[in-house]
Ligand binder design. Structure first.
Ligand code: SAM
Length: 287
């Protein structure tokens, strides 16, 4: 059995390297031994499918990924963890650790260089302070990956997996649903981490779509419309679009009318098709 499922071993290696947890870097390490094997199994990596991990920490998930995938590339921002990972993952010869920032790294180049056109998935217990920006970055870059399996705070997971047009939906639900089919996998209690965060988490999987589910003439405008629509959640769609797009209310009312949407509707009632209709009619307003 791997030593990395033994909490006292992990704690002793961290202590040996005088490691202290950084709240700013979202360092809550998994200590529940059943979570990482399950993530490794469910993320879709394997004999012919490589995996990229963001933020390996002490290497507990990396270790499980390396047992299933033919190759693991893990990106860790905190230099202090490099000697820790060298020690905890020394049994494996299929892991490459890169010291870098997942918000800045060139993933297209990394995938080309490390996986040579082969199949790749991403699997991570994401640092919570960059959950949405990192997910959006990976999706917007249209990387040649099959899926993203990530642990995020439970509330973020609910929002990301919500279907546009339902009460729980937000701008991130529409954006994620444009690029992928999100799926809630399982919940993880806050007691599964060291140190324990204040809230529970959940593992979600985003299956990358080959084509978006709706046809929009201008992708940038689609995301601008979605962002503007949710910018003032409590207001009606016409008010939030008017201020978010800097367009007079009258013109927004005409735009919604043309798109077959009531002007007193709210953003959370909008389906992907509704957002697409609004986007494709934006050119009809004067500004
Ligand atoms: N995978 C480990 C686990 O499950 O125990 C650690 C997960 S911890 C929630 C997040 C990890 O991401 C930390 O190791 C942290 O140092 C790293 N990290 C934070 N910001 C990062 C960034 N911008 N790029 C890459 N890694 C980052």
């Amino acid at each position: 059995m791997s030593k990395l499922t033994d909490l006292s071993y992990v704690k002793s290696v961290l202590a040996k390297h005088s490691f202290t947890f950084s709240k700013a870097l979202g360092q809550n390490f998994l200590i529940n031994p059943s979570v990482c094997p399950r993530m490794a199994e469910e993320c879709g990596c394997g004999d012919s499918v490589g995996v990229i991990e963001i933020g390996p920490g002490a290497g507990v998930l990396t270790n499980e990924l390396a047992k299933v995938a033919y190759k693991v590339v893990a990106i860790e921002l905190d230099k202090r963890l490099l000697p820790v990972l060298e020690e905890t993952l020394s049994e494996h010869d299929n892991i490459k650790i890169i010291n870098g920032d997942a918000m800045k790294l060139d993933f297209v180049k990394l995938i080309e260089e490390e996986f040579n056109g082969g199949e790749v998935v991403i699997c991570a217990n994401l640092p919570y302070y960059i959950t949405s920006p990192v997910i959006m970055r990976l999706l917007e870059e249209k990387l040649p990956i099959n899926s993203l399996t990530v642990m995020v705070q439970k509330e973020a997971a609910d929002r990301i997996c919500a279907q546009p047009g339902t009460r729980e939906s937000g701008a991130i639900s529409a954006a994620v649903n444009y690029y992928s089919r999100p799926e809630m996998l399982f919940k993880v209690s806050k007691g599964s981490f060291l140190p324990a965060p204040k809230v529970d988490s959940a593992v979600i999987r985003l299956h990358i779509l080959k084509e978006p589910p709706v046809c929009v003439q201008d992708e940038k405008m689609f995301f601008k419309v979605v962002k503007a629509a949710f910018s003032q959640r409590r207001k009606t769609l016409s008010n939030s679009l008017s201020s978010g797009l800097s367009v007079p209310k009258q013109e927004v009312t005409a735009l919604l009318d043309k798109s077959g949407i009531k002007s007193n509707a709210r953003a959370e009632e909008m389906t992907m098709e509704d957002f697409a209709k609004i986007t494709n009619n934006v050119h009809t307003i004067s500004k």
